[in-house]
Every structure is written in C-alpha cells, then in structure tokens.
Write a protein that binds this ligand. Structure first.
Ligand code: 5GP
Length: 184
C-alpha cells in the first residue's frame, strides 16, 4: 500500500497538534454560544471528527455534499449541491468545515448559499490551503490548519478516485497513481 507515497507532507503528529490548536481557538471564540458545525462531504469527515472532539462548547453537526471534480484533479468551476443540510440554520452560529481550499470557488458559493438562510454568523475552518491556486481573492478562512504548496494531496479524509482517505497523514501521491498507470 505504501508504494503510492511520493512524500509525506504533514505527519499524523503534526495533524493532531494542529487540530488541537484549532479546537482551542474555536472554543475560546465561541464562549457562551452554541455552534452548528457543517462538514463538507466527503473529504472533511475525518478532520471534522477529530476537530469537534477538541471543541468544548455546545455544538451540533450537519453535513452537505458539494459536487467535486469526480475522478479528475482540476476544478471545472461548477459547484452543485448534491446533498443539502438536514436542519435549518436560521439564527445558528454556523462553522463550515472543509478539507482543502484550492480555487476557493466551492466555499465562495457555499458561503453565499448559507448566508441567505439567515444564520446568526458563518465562519470557515479549513485544514489545508493552496494560496497560489486561489481564484476567489476575497475568501476569508477564519480558522486554517496549514498552507501547502501546489501539490495534489491525499490522506486524512482526502481522496483520489475515492482512495487513500484512510491514511492518517497527508501525502503527495506518486504521479503514476493518478495518471492511471498504477493503483493501490
Ligand atoms: P476549490 O473549489 O477550492 O477549487 O476546491 C476545493 C475542493 O477541491 C476540495 O474540497 C477538494 O475536494 C478538492 N481538492 C482541491 N485540491 C485538492 C487536493 O490537493 N487533493 C484532493 N484530494 N482534493 C483536492
């Protein structure tokens, strides 16, 4: 299985440390409030599961699924809601949890859609950010884990063609694995 790893970018220990720090910051910022944590499926589910165990204010969770690139690795700029929230967010303090911000189109669209539903507030927490790929210039990421260079990364919930989500660290896939010449 390990043959597919070109390079480990963020280790399991670094991830756990950062998630703890993010949880502490969020806990401080939301004192006296209750959060509706919204996970963006499927890439954010592992990060979100770890994150909420480090947030110590009352919270509830919900999930949304947005059209991804399918088995491609480039965004086509079209963002579609595949699964909407189960519960209304009116007057709720919404915290969107996303795996990675690339062009920023997904979160820009999502923030706009959720803001029309009259939440008390909307903030964004993202584990990874590829600043040099950003198309949306005014996207504010309120809580960010790591800035990374422009590599296609997998692991810790992030996939390529639905694989590699189960690795506990973030890594760069060997090119032959996403060019279809090998699989693991
Ligand atoms: P954006 O709309 O910001 O361009 O794209 C965000 C989405 O693209 C992420 O939620 C993720 O699904 C996907 N994505 C962007 N970069 C990567 C990457 O390096 N690895 C993986 N696995 N997904 C990525």
């Amino acid at each position: 299985m390990k043959d597919c790893i070109e390079r480990i970018l963020i280790s399991e220990e670094e991830l756990q440390q950062k998630v703890k720090e993010l949880g502490e910051k969020i806990t401080q910022d939301y004192q006296g409030k209750e959060i509706r944590v919204i996970g963006i499926l499927r890439g954010a589910f592992i990060f979100m599961a770890d994150l909420i165990r480090n947030i110590h204010v009352p919270l509830s969770v919900d999930f949304m699924s947005i059209s991804s690139y399918g088995d491609e690795i480039e965004s086509n700029g079209i963002v579609r809601i595949l699964k909407d929230l189960d519960k209304p967010i009116t007057r709720k303090h919404v915290l969107i949890v996303e795996d990675i911000v690339d062009t920023g189109l997904t979160l820009k669209h999502l923030r706009e859609v959720l803001s029309t539903r009259e939440p008390a507030s909307v903030r964004i927490c993202a584990l990874l950010n590829k600043e040099e790929r950003r198309v949306v210039k005014d996207l504010k990421i309120d809580y960010l884990g790591f800035n990374i260079p422009n590599y296609f990364v997998v692991g810790y919930g992030l996939d390529f063609a639905e694989r590699y989500r189960n690795y506990p660290f973030i890594f760069v896939l060997k090119p032959e694995y996403y060019q279809g010449r090998a699989s693991a």
